[in-house]
Write a protein that binds this ligand. Structure first.
Ligand code: DOR
Length: 370
């Protein structure tokens, strides 16, 4: 039976004050005084392992998504084996239909084997209805292959999501990829930007009307390299300086950085509890994202509530080519204080650098129609 819930006193960004989730009579009432009702978040950058490296399945990742207020996850291709063929994409789509609790949009790999030498069947992916292709998890260094991918994506109307971590030289890598976007006219999205120079390059490219967007992660706008205490802080791209973190905050405030994406990357205890050099890079992020956005950006006056929602919903919706879905509703208590405890996570991955951190702002309800 469909549950009916009357929520009283919530705020909408457009000013309405109460909302009935379903129309067949209210059975449950929630006092939502001071809460904010917004459409579910869209994460453009999620590693749902499902199989292979790390831990996590479609079920655990999508229940983590619901807990964190995400009703759409864009799934990166670096699974084992990777999403690099139409056959694998079709198999995955079937699993998503059977198992996912929120909407999951697979982003296939640009190259076969997540490699650097042979393009995957990009036209075949487009026919399967994907909105983007990516080199995620493995930066492609071969620029002629990237150019071919950009031309193909432009022809097919796909977004190209690129890593720019060449030998740790992010600004040079971003510059080369922006040049490719300029030459090919493709829509380019730079994943998890982490340096002041990188933000500056994207700002200039936008002024020159090049079709480029970029994202920042909660860990890169919150932490610096001085915060590193253990391998839960090991991530790609690595945490940078205070100056870089401030530039990311400025980029978010002035619109250079279009969206906030989690780069949710679950890993097993064994993969993390070892020496720094051998530990797997990556941290989970779905269940701490909203708390960090509100604590670090909204409550500190860097973003207004409306701007935060643009970066979590409206702008990513434009990138995936979809309208904001008002039926996927979430409720936020912006004043709720809580302490991060990874044991409470729905995600199988407990690898967070924010364990024990006090946050202000919490998702209190998520209604997702997957
Ligand atoms: O730290 C990271 N881990 N960065 C990525 O881009 C990939 C991710 C993973 O898949 O573990």
């Amino acid at each position: 039976m469909k549950e009916s819930i009357l929520i009283k006193g919530v705020r909408f960004l457009d000013g309405r004050v109460s909302y009935v989730l379903t129309k067949n009579g209210a059975e449950r009432k929630i006092e939502g005084e001071g809460w904010l009702a917004v459409p579910g978040f869209i994460d453009l950058h999620t590693h749902i392992r499902e199989q292979g490296i790390g831990t996590e399945t479609l079920q655990t990742a999508t229940s983590a998504a619901k807990a964190g207020g995400f009703t759409t996850l864009c799934m990166m291709p670096n699974t084992v084996p990777p999403i690099d063929s139409v056959q694998r994409l079709r198999e995955l789509k079937q699993k998503i239909i059977e198992r996912a609790l929120v909407s999951v949009l697979p982003i296939p790999s640009i190259a076969i084997g997540m490699g650097d030498s042979e393009l995957a069947d990009i036209e075949g992916f487009a026919k399967e209805g994907v909105f983007a292709i990516s080199d995620d998890g493995h930066t492609i260094y071969n620029l002629s292959l990237l150019r071919e991918a950009c031309l193909e994506a432009k022809r097919l109307g796909l977004l190209v999501i690129l890593h720019a971590e060449e030998d740790g030289k992010e600004p040079e890598a971003i510059e080369k990829r922006i040049e490719l976007a300029y030459q090919t006219g493709v829509r380019l999205h730079i994943a998890h930007i982490s340096t002041k120079d990188g933000v500056g390059l994207v700002r200039e490219a936008k002024k020159s009307r090049i079709d480029v967007t970029c994202e920042a992660t909660p860990h890169h706008f919150t932490l610096t390299e001085n915060d590193i205490r253990d391998t839960n802080f090991k991530v790609n791209p690595r945490l940078k300086s205070y100056k870089d973190r401030e530039a990311i905050r400025e980029g978010l405030a002035d619109g250079t950085i279009d969206i906030i994406a989690t780069d949710h990357a679950p890993h097993t205890k064994e993969a993390k509890e070892c020496g720094w050099n051998v530990a797997a890079p990556g941290m989970v992020g779905l269940e701490t994202c909203l708390g960090l956005v509100w604590t670090e950006l909204v409550h500190k006056g860097i973003l207004r509530e409306k701007e935060a929602i643009e970066k979590l919903v409206t702008n990513p919706a434009k990138m995936i080519g979809s309208k904001v879905d008002e039926t996927n509703l979430i409720l936020i208590d912006p004043e709720k204080e809580w302490i991060v405890n990874p044991l409470d996570f729905k995600s199988e991955g407990k690898n967070t650098p924010f364990s024990g951190r006090r946050l202000k702002g919490m998702v209190v309800y998520c209604c997702s129609i997957a």
